[in-house]
Design a protein around this ligand. Structure first.
Ligand code: NAI
Length: 327
């Protein structure tokens, strides 16, 4: 039983892979880089490949297939970075590794608080010993209405977390969850957009909700609305977001994800010229907090994804029922 692990990080994942590989009787090939046509030969002889959020194109899928790979596991919850159509075409099964929702939910609440308390400006000031108050007056959550779009695992944990702050909570989802109703009022999207002071996104990225937050939906929102995105970058039309921040329609944003982040995140690009203009503009605004898709990143999460991705390979190869298989 052999698994090739791509994007294996030395500083946090490697020791866990070695430990769980040994415990589960799995031989491992560890590679620090994302899979490419140049390093695909590392997958030869492995029945399974273990990846993170790097794009898996049809070309790569075909190359995996030609190298004998039967199962692809991603150490992430979302799997929109994988060409699932190609996976079906080449007979490669795909699995994900969901971890607990608390890390992302905590982080979301942190971004909400940072945004309404103007924390980016405050930190920038204290760093240069500017201890003035003008321009950093914040708002209290208890005075605000928070709209939560998507009430799945993460969205409903955010709602539970927020319930302690005394804010009004509006929720929107295609399917309603009983648990949510004790803390929030389900409503139609239009009402949420119109009445929320803070809007936080927790849906997967699908064809239907691509650019869910766009010029038209932003126009329906309150002036000065705060937008939080810890879900997927392409849920928001970046251009429309930038225009609305420039005009003051959007008062602040907390973005753990941005459009076209593939290939950028988890690398040190300090000395590089990057071609993501939207990210450069968003990073520059004093009222926009950007982080590099790391809301998930806790010790609990890292151990869970390493362990469960290998467990899922083992179950697949043993032909047993595999709760992590998504196709
Ligand atoms: P989930 O599958 O448990 O919940 C998603 C919810 O969204 C479901 O209730 C579904 O009915 C709803 N939904 C789907 N399409 C919708 C639409 N068009 N309108 C309204 N509701 C819709 O997913 P989970 O685990 O809560 O993850 C939510 C998001 O967070 C995903 O996009 C995931 O990729 C992202 N994520 C981000 C992480 C980060 O580090 N920033 C880490 C983990 C997940």
């Amino acid at each position: 039983m052999k698994v090739t692990v791509y994007n294996c990080r030395d500083f946090d994942e490697k020791a866990l892979f070695l430990r769980y590989g040994k415990e589960l009787g799995i031989e491992l090939v560890l590679c620090a880089d994302a899979p490419t046509l140049e390093n695909i030969q590392l997958a030869r002889g492995s029945e399974c490949v273990d990846i993170i959020t790097s794009k898996i194109t049809r070309e790569l899928m075909q190359a995996f297939h030609e190298n004998g790979v039967q199962y692809l596991t991603t150490r992430t919850i979302g799997y929109d970075h994988i060409d699932m159509e190609a996976a079906r075409e080449f007979g490669i099964k795909v699995g994900n590794a969901p971890y607990g929702p608390n890390g992302v939910a905590d982080y979301t609440v942190m971004l909400i608080l940072m945004s309404i308390r103007k924390m980016k400006r405050i930190l920038e000031r204290t760093n240069i010993q500017d201890y003035s108050l003008k321009g950093i007056q914040g708002k209290e959550l208890k005075d605000l209405t928070v709209g939560v779009i998507g009430t799945g695992r993460i969205g409903r944990t955010v709602i539970r977390n927020l319930s302690g702050f005394g804010c009004k909570i509006l929720a929107y989802d295609l399917y309603e969850q009983e648990e949510v109703k004790q803390y929030a009022e389900y409503t139609v999207l239009e009402k949420l957009l119109k009445e929320a002071d803070v809007i936080t996104l927790h849906t997967p990225l699908t064809d239907e909700n691509f650019h869910l937050i766009n010029e038209k939906s932003i126009a329906q929102m309150k002036d000065g609305v705060v937008i939080i995105n810890t879900a997927r970058g392409a849920l928001i039309d970046s251009e429309a977001l930038i225009c609305a921040i420039e005009s003051g329609k959007i008062g602040a944003a907390g973005l753990d994800v941005v459009e076209n982040e593939f290939g950028l995140y988890y690398y040190d690009h300090k000395s590089d010229i990057l071609d993501n203009r939207e990210l450069a503009i968003l990073r520059g605004f004093p009222n926009v907090t950007v982080s590099h898709h790391m809301a998930f990143y806790t010790d609990n999460c890292v151990e869970t994804v390493v362990r469960d991705s290998l467990m899922s390979c083992k179950l697949f190869l043993e032909g047993k029922e595999n709760p992590w298989e998504v196709s």
